[in-house]
Write a protein of this length. Structure first.
Length: 114
């Protein structure tokens, strides 16, 4: 017997989530971008990958404020420990949220952190 994992995220539900956070994260000097399986395949049985990139607004990004805000929307986060991602120097924070659908958030460092 073959068991199939149900689709957790579609391109449409991902777009809704991106729209939900996009304007709000600007107050922390970040922009949100979609990536991973949902972007590449139109759906994912595993998770939604969102990338938070510093905006060039002349204001230093606030990653702690960003994470605190995301936790008010999606609940507590945990450090993302997923061997399929491997080690990275690209992200200041790699977080996992269970909303109950999983969201992986990748926060790039600000210029000050580089």
């Amino acid at each position: 017997m073959i068991l199939f994992k149900p689709v957790q995220w579609t391109l449409e539900t991902a777009r809704e989530e991106v729209h939900r956070v996009q304007m709000a994260v600007r107050q922390f000097a970040y922009h949100v971008a979609l990536g991973g399986g949902v972007l590449n395949n139109g759906e994912s049985c595993k998770d939604l990958d969102l990338y938070f990139l510093p905006l060039d607004m002349g204001v230093e990004p606030d990653p702690i404020g960003l994470i605190t805000f995301l936790e008010t929307l999606w609940g507590p986060s945990s450090n993302l420990v997923d061997p399929s991602y491997g080690p990275s120097l690209c992200y200041e924070h790699k977080l996992q949220f269970n909303t109950p659908r999983r969201i992986d958030a990748f926060v790039t460092p600000s210029r000050k952190a580089i």
